[in-house]
Design a binder for this molecule. Structure first.
Ligand code: PMP
Length: 391
């Protein structure tokens, strides 16, 4: 039977570099001791106090259909958080709670794009971006952010891609590069959106993971509030990846449409999950810091180790739970480097091209195992690279 073009276009079937991730997973399942530095999943679990809140809510009876837009308490908590962090007065009606940041990304593009429109995204990118744009029937167009510019976006590349565009998706702190955009860069992106009358979809799911610089949300810059949709999530900030709770923050009229979309798709997020998220947000900065601190520590560890050699190039970054390494001096491309590392040393990293052509010649390293294993894996990786470089 025929499956719709929209669904079959969610992924293109080219070589996307994720084969290595699945191979590592298969080998782990078969009992091999692989060090997985692949996907963005913490080595710690959701904090027991959050689980206790979830349990108390469920046993207390919050098990029926929950309020589709999100519970008023959680929407208020998200609005308060955004107001505090950005200085932009944000209210309950500016917030819709979604099952994770991913569905928020999908819903936001559905809100901004119609069939045949063009949605822009920056390459390197988080793997689901093109599909999240194509899900609305739109064309996903990549704007390269070049390695030689430190993976920073450039106005000339944006201008070259602007024709027919209706939206621009940005992500700071960035997955996969870890790059944190400065205020000037966010302002440049915002001005580009204004000049071309674009929606700006700002994926801020790593906003609690900033090691250098500060997180700047475009919604806080002049003239951008009415054209910006912000994607947030509890996944990374509170190690709640499996709970599936996130949000979109934006203008009230668009949020009303997104609530209508939720009614017709997810019918909301389970009440006991929302109550757990509310509890977690109410804990404030302390708990977020506890979750993010290991990544800051491991990044420092990696910086110190990598500073002693010059075969692997560490991309200058300011946040997120990843490192981008330039492996070109080894003579291998990202895929061959990653495959060799897996085969010879049982360490799994992601080939850069899994995140777009602009990241060719690189690998992404997720800092998602305990410090000792992480340090050991990095040392092995450096030795492996140096031996290749000498060949
Ligand atoms: N955006 C980015 C940049 C991500 O890296 C991820 C998850 N890896 C998501 C969105 C979606 O996360 P979630 O659906 O768990 O909130």
């Amino acid at each position: 039977m025929h499956v719709s073009r929209t669904l079959t276009s969610l992924t293109d079937d080219g070589d996307d570099g994720w084969g290595l991730f699945y191979e590592a997973r298969r080998r782990v399942a078969a009992g091999e001791p692989i060090v997985e530095l692949t996907i963005g999943e913490h080595d710690i679990k959701t904090h027991p106090s959050i689980l206790a809140a979830m349990h108390a809510s469920a046993t207390g009876g919050h098990l029926g259909y929950a309020s589709v837009p999100g519970t008023p308490q959680l929407r208020d908590a998200v609005a308060r958080r955004v107001t505090e962090r950005t200085g932009v007065e944000t209210y309950r009606d500016n917030v819709v709670i979604t099952p994770g940041g991913q569905s928020a990304l999908f819903a936001s593009h559905l809100a901004c794009l119609s069939s045949g429109d063009v949605g822009l995204f920056l390459d390197p990118y988080y793997a689901t971006y093109p599909g999240s744009i194509r899900g609305s029937g739109a064309v996903a167009r990549a704007v390269p952010c070049h390695a030689q510019n430190g993976f920073q976006p450039r106005l000339s590349d944006l201008e070259a891609a602007a024709k027919g565009a209706k939206s621009l998706l940005i992500n700071t702190p960035n997955n996969p590069t870890g790059v944190v955009y400065s205020k000037e860069t966010v302002a440049m992106l915002g001005q580009f959106a204004i000049d071309h009358d674009l929606w700006l979809i700002s994926d801020e799911v790593y906003d609690t993971q900033v090691w250098d610089g500060a997180h700047v949300s475009p919604r806080a810059l002049p003239g951008l509030q009415d054209r910006t949709l912000v994607i947030g999530s509890m996944s990374k900030s509170h190690a709640m990846t499996g709970s599936r709770v996130g949000w979109v923050v934006g203008p009230k009229d668009v949020i009303a449409h997104l609530i209508n979309l939720s009614t017709h798709t997810t019918y909301g997020v389970p009440g006991y999950i929302q109550d757990a998220a509310l509890f977690a947000l109410d804990q404030g900065f302390g708990l977020e810091h506890e979750v993010s601190a290991p990544f800051a520590r491991r990044r420092k560890l990696a910086q110190d180790l990598l500073a002693k050699q010059n075969t692997l190039g560490l991309v200058s970054s300011g946040g997120a739970m990843y490192l981008m390494l330039d492996v070109r001096a080894t003579g291998l491309d990202g895929e061959a480097f990653a495959q060799g590392l897996l085969d010879n040393h049982r360490i799994a990293v992601m080939p850069g091209r899994s995140f777009g052509q602009a990241a060719a010649g690189h690998v992404r390293v997720a800092m998602t195992v305990d410090d000792e294993r992480f340090e050991g894996a990095l040392k092995t990786m450096i030795d492996y690279a140096q031996n290749l470089g000498r060949d």
